[in-house]
Each structure stands twice: as C-alpha cells, then as structure tokens.
Design a protein around this ligand. Structure first.
Ligand SMILES: *Cc1c(COP(=O)(O)O)cnc(C)c1O
Length: 405
C-alpha cells in the first residue's frame, strides 16, 4: 500500500508568493483600470546581456554539427567553466578555491534544498529569522525539523536567530549549538550585509563546534561597500567549516536560463572525518546529469571582459532603483534599511499595522505590490520587502504614489 511522505504533509499553508498572486488577481478583477506596479517577487527583468546571448548562439551552432555536438555534460560541470570560476571569481578575492571544489548545477535554490541530504537525520539546523523559505522547508521535507506551531510559526527542532533592527539584521551566535547553520549575505529578504569581522566570528564558532555553515552568496554582485566579504572563503579557517552557494540568476539574469554552483573545499569533513566534498560529488553523480553545455558556455561568457562590463551595468541599473526606493520611502517618513549591498529594501510598517495589513493598504491605496515580512518568518512581522528588480520608471512612479498617500 502506498503512503505519501508524512514529512511533506507537515508543511504548513500555501506558498507565500501564491497567496500574494491570489490577492493581486482578486484586486485587478475588481479594479481593471488600475495600473499595478509589482515590487514583490525577486525576479530580474533586464534581458540577458549581448555577450551571453552571443555565447548561447555560438554554442547552439556547435550542437548542430556532428563534430562539435555534445551529449551529457560532465555531472560536476565542464572544466572550462570550473576553471573560469576559480580564476575569475575566487582568485581575485585572495581565496584558494580550486576548480575541482566547484560543483556546477542548475541553480542555487535546488542546491540549497538538496545539500541537507548529505547530513544525518539528527542534524540540528539554525536559520536566520526572517529567512529565504527554502532552507527550512527542505529540512521539513527531510523530516528533521520537529513539529510546527501554527501560533508562533516556529518548528520545534529548529534554532531561530532573530534578525531585527536591534542587531542590525545580523544574527547573534546561538547559545544552543547547531550542527548546520544557514547564512545568506547580502540577505534576502532584509537586504542586510555582514561585516568581514562578524563573518569571521561565525567561521570561528563553526570550527570550534564542528558545525558547518551553508553560506548563500547569491547576491554577491550587489555588494557596493568596500571591505565587505564577497565570499566566506575570505575568512580564515572557512575551508574546514563552510559550503558556499552561488548563482548566475541575480548577477547575470539567468533566472530563466538556470545556472549556479556550490563550493565544497576538499578539507571539509564531518566530525568523524568523512569528506563532505566526496559525498556531494557522489550525490551529483547519482542524481544530476549536468547543466546544459549551451548554458555553461553562457556562464563562461559572464566572465569575459564584455560580459563583466555588461552585467555590471545591469546591476547598476537595479541598484539605481534601490536608491530611488530607499530615498523615496525615507522621504515618505518610513524607517528603511537594506538597498545598499542588495536589491532588497526592508521597511518598518506603520505602527498598529501588521505586515499583511500594510500589504493590503499598499495594494489598495497605491496599487503597489510588495512582500509582507511575516511571510519570511515571525521576526519579519512588522516589516515589508520591496525589490529593485522592476523598471526605473516604475520604481519612481511607485515612490511618487507612496509619498502621496
Ligand atoms: C534568488 C535566490 C537564489 C538563487 O536561486 P537560483 O535557483 O540560482 O535561481 C538563491 N538564494 C536566495 C536567497 C535567493 O534569493
């Protein structure tokens, strides 16, 4: 007799963004003449840059000829891409990440969800609160998070690290020691960044406690302040305690094209000396058949001279929107953070309103769609996320509407 995985049945409610989509659809049905501005979902809008498109065309032509046709890609990634990443991303940072420590994949979301498979069932996880929902939900699916409390929105076997105005949206080292720690900087949803000194404290803490940090650096390209860590491997000792997730989605607009990678140093071992690098390689070999050749060539092109110039222009475009939104909200009297090293702006909702109240208020009065902070975790209550991924014109218009409220 077949039974569904009971761990999946514990997942609460519907996904945050489908709830938002339903509310927006209901509003537009009642108000068909209103022009909605969407600053909610974290997806890019600028087209792929010319260097990337050219590489895609060229690789596609190769696929059309018997002599240059490619079948299955190597499951850990083509050497041309792994070498390029080692040389263009990690060497300039002064880190010694080698090409064979880079596992190419179809994106950071799937890697962030799958990576937990290589850890034992009893692994105790720690997450920031608010947080990118994938980290917790994938551990729920693995059956290691305990029970859900619908009152508090917390899982009994997860260590939550509140990130609030009081701590500058940067978590404190937990007293109760976790086995696996998820950190994401620049942060989605708060837009906050962590200093190198603070990240070093996390690395030291993880090494002291034989814990592993999963460091999600999907928004690395948005860091604008000097002296901020672009990789956790800039910290001393990170090679024995850290895994880093990277993505081409936000730095080069590959959200629909799909390409990412995960870095696992050879020295990274569990408490019994088992190589996590080997386990992840084994997992890739069994469950993944490689990212497409054409897309890996596209990824390589991001690191060409033109590719770097063109993708930097895209980031600058989004960051101009971030500035517009940040300044606009501040002028309208809101308490705002983020938006400096990330395409996310995090604001405090007016006193007396919940995050969802503010969502409805903004949708009805300004026809602007954002994301309620409470959707990312209990400590997100009272906050709201706007993204810089829209057009410049819409970012300006949204701020004009909000200022006029
Ligand atoms: C967008 C995003 C990613 C990237 O996911 P992809 O699967 O590579 O598109 C990873 N982590 C966070 C926190 C994100 O917001």
């Amino acid at each position: 007799m077949i039974h569904a995985n009971e761990a999946y049945l514990k997942l609460p409610g519907s996904y945050l963004f489908s709830t938002i989509a339903k509310k927006v659809a209901a509003f537009t049905e009642k108000n068909p003449d209103k022009k909605i501005i969407r600053l909610g979902i974290g997806d890019v809008t600028q087209p792929l840059c010319p260097a990337v498109i050219e590489a895609i065309h060229k690789a596609t032509d190769e696929m059309a000829k018997a002599e240059t046709f490619r079948g299955y890609a190597p499951d850990l990634g083509y050497d041309f891409l792994r070498n390029t990443i080692a040389e263009k991303v990690f060497r300039p940072l002064g880190t010694d990440i080698a090409a064979d420590e880079i596992f190419v994949s179809d994106g950071a979301k799937s890697d962030s969800a799958n990576i937990q498979e290589i850890f034992t069932q009893n692994t105790r996880i720690a997450v920031c609160d608010p947080v990118y929902p994938v980290y917790v939900d994938s551990n729920v699916m693995a059956g290691r998070t305990g029970d859900y409390d619908s009152e508090t929105g917390l899982w009994s076997n997860v260590i939550y690290m509140p990130c609030t105005e009081a701590n500058g949206y940067s978590p404190e080292l937990p007293k109760e020691v976790p086995d696996l720690i998820y950190l994401c900087f620049p942060n989605n949803p708060t837009g906050a960044m962590i200093s190198k000194a603070k990240l070093q404290e996390w690395v030291d803490y993880a090494n002291r406690n034989k814990a592993v940090i999963i460091y999600d650096a999907a928004y690395e390209a948005y860091i604008s302040e000097a002296d901020m860590p672009h990789s956790i491997f800039e910290c001393e000792g990170a090679r024995t305690c850290a895994i880093e997730l990277r993505s081409f989605s936000k730095n080069a607009g590959f959200t629909g094209t799909r390409l990412g990678y995960t870095v696992i140093p050879r020295e990274l071992k569990d408490a019994d000396g088992v190589s996590l690098h080997s386990l992840w390689a084994r997992r890739h070999g069994t469950k993944f058949n490689g990212a497409p050749y054409i897309i890996q060539r596209a990824g390589e092109a991001v690191y060409s001279e033109e590719g770097q110039r063109q993708t930097k222009e895209q980031i600058a475009y989004y960051m101009k929107n971030a500035r517009t939104i940040y300044d606009g909200l501040q002028a309208a009297g809101y308490t705002v953070s983020g938006g400096v090293n990330a395409p996310y702006i995090w604001l405090k909702v007016p006193a007396g309103m919940t995050s969802w109240d503010f969502f409805d208020y903004l949708l009805e009065k300004a026809n602007v769609v954002g994301t309620p902070g409470s959707g990312f975790g209990p400590s997100g209550e009272g906050y709201f996320r706007l993204t810089a991924f829209g057009s410049y014109e819409n970012s300006v218009e949204a701020m004009n509407r909000i200022k006029a409220l």
